[in-house]
Design a protein around this ligand. Structure first.
Ligand code: LLP
Length: 432
């Protein structure tokens, strides 16, 4: 009935998530509340792990792109699931370390790692840097020498692919702020530089073409460009890449309009294509990595709010104001992202009330979703926003000095707090 199989309605007419009554969860923990379905997270990890094993054998590893959702419990789950991770800041590295995640299979991204980040990551034995540009490569070489080690790196290459997703999350085009482009010769140049350096050990290449992708086609294109590049580097510089990291990008269903996508089937086809193309070029299939973020945690999350003011402006529009908003979910404000919104208290009632669901910030752009249908909604109703597991908690802010909501994990009928909600005292903690 709903966009994901962990969402349902019980005999009381209340919305359930991972089999648990959302009204009971809202009453127990308060709102706004992020809830996450631990079994779904593990299930999603296993889609990748099983597909990688089936289609690539042992020489492959999925990494969780932890920018999608970063807190200690998630790194513990990733450790348990034997996933690698992608990190983009000292903050994410620190959180992973605090969760006991060894950084051997951690890949450090970002288009601008600071000198401090580089020093911190090497001190903490980061597995790999995914190097964005020559300037950064030099700094890593310098820091590795200073700390007396040889640092493994991948180089981030811009393959020049547009995956048809929206501009803000499309990253593989030549004019992107990320990586070194093949088209401009910068990709070859950075490879040459890396091979000359004494304290970096080049393992291979990385690309990431974009996010919320429901097609295999852009991945074929990226693979073709990257393998051609690997082949030409072998010929020109005599270097054989040991790893190829294809980034993240598979989409999740936010609404009924998003297709049901078979990730296993897509990886199967990509794997087949990689094998054929590698044979054609005359190179060994490198170790394949992917970095899913959204498709690991997106449909494992839901946000619960309480409706406050319901404002009907006769002849114009109606608003349902909730006790959260752009501070816990900035994605509509940023990208006009579509979401499925449900009145969890009246999940069995007909949706005949046209309204916009808005947040409580002093800002007209503080919108969760515009022009949607809900049942007749009143103050005190619990409002659920589906598929908020990715890029919600991790992008939350304290605008208007609103504290971040807690994150509660649901697992096999039980629930527990993974991240405490911020109190008023937390809000002033760093004020002198
Ligand atoms: N690898 C790299 C290098 C990335 O830049 C990203 C996402 C991923 C992996 C994970 O991609 P995913 O599997 O989650 O699509 N804040 C935006 C999304 C930004 C994505 C940034 N990079 C949003 O809320 O839609």
């Amino acid at each position: 009935m709903y966009i994901c199989d962990n969402v349902n309605v019980n005999e009381k007419g209340n919305l359930t998530f991972a089999g648990q009554d959302t009204l009971e969860l809202a009453a127990k923990y308060g709102t706004p509340l992020y809830i996450m379905d631990e079994e779904k997270i593990r299930f999603n990890c296993n889609i990748y792990k099983n597909a990688f094993k089936k289609y690539f054998g042992d020489n492959a590893l999925p990494l969780f792109a932890s920018k999608a959702a970063s807190f200690k419990r998630l790194y513990e789950i990733m450790k348990d699931e034997k996933m690698g991770i992608d990190v983009v800041s000292s903050g994410e590295i620190y959180t992973a370390l605090k969760a006991g995640f060894s950084l051997e299979n951690a890949y450090f991204h970002s288009n601008n790692k600071t000198d401090k980040d580089i020093e911190f990551a090497i001190e903490n034995k980061i597995g790999y840097f995914v190097v964005d540009n020559i300037e950064e490569l030099k700094r890593i070489n310098y820091e590795a020498e200073k700390q007396g080690i040889t640092q493994k790196v991948l180089l981030r290459i811009t393959p020049g692919i547009d995956p048809h997703t929206f501009e803000a999350i499309s990253t593989g085009k030549v004019d992107s702020k990320f990586g070194s482009a093949i088209e401009t010769g910068q990709a070859e140049k950075i490879t040459e530089e890396a091979l000359k350096m004494s304290f970096v050990d080049l393992s291979g290449f990385h690309c990431h073409i974009g996010s919320q992708i429901f097609e295999t086609e852009p991945f074929y294109k990226a693979v073709a460009v990257m393998l051609d590049f690997i082949g030409s580097i072998k010929t020109k510089l005599g270097f054989t890449a040991k790893q190829l990291n294809l980034g993240g990008g598979y989409g999740v269903r936010y609404t009924e309009n998003d297709p049901v996508f078979d990730i296993d089937g897509s990886i199967k086809n990509v794997a087949q294509f990689i094998k054929e193309k590698s044979a054609e070029i005359g190179i060994e299939v490198p170790k394949i990595l992917m970095e899913p973020g959204r498709s690991i945690v997106g449909n494992a999350g839901m946000t619960l709010y309480t409706a406050g003011t319901v404002k009907i402006i006769p002849g114009f529009k109606s608003y349902v104001s909730i006790d959260g908003g752009m501070t816990d979910n900035p994605r509509y404000a940023l990208y006009k992202s579509a979401y499925t919104v449900i009145n969890a208290s009246k999940a069995d009632k007909t949706a005949d009330f046209n309204c916009s669901v808005v947040g409580r910030c002093c800002e007209s752009g503080d919108i969760i979703q515009e022009n949607i249908m809900l049942p007749q909604t009143g103050r005190g109703d619990i409002i659920a926003v589906l598929t908020t597991g990715a890029y919600n908690y991790s992008m939350a802010s304290n605008y208007n000095r609103i504290g971040k909501p807690p994150v509660v994990m649901l697992n096999k009928g039980a629930n527990y707090i993974a991240v405490k909600g911020e109190t008023l005292e937390d809000i002033v903690r760093n004020d002198i």
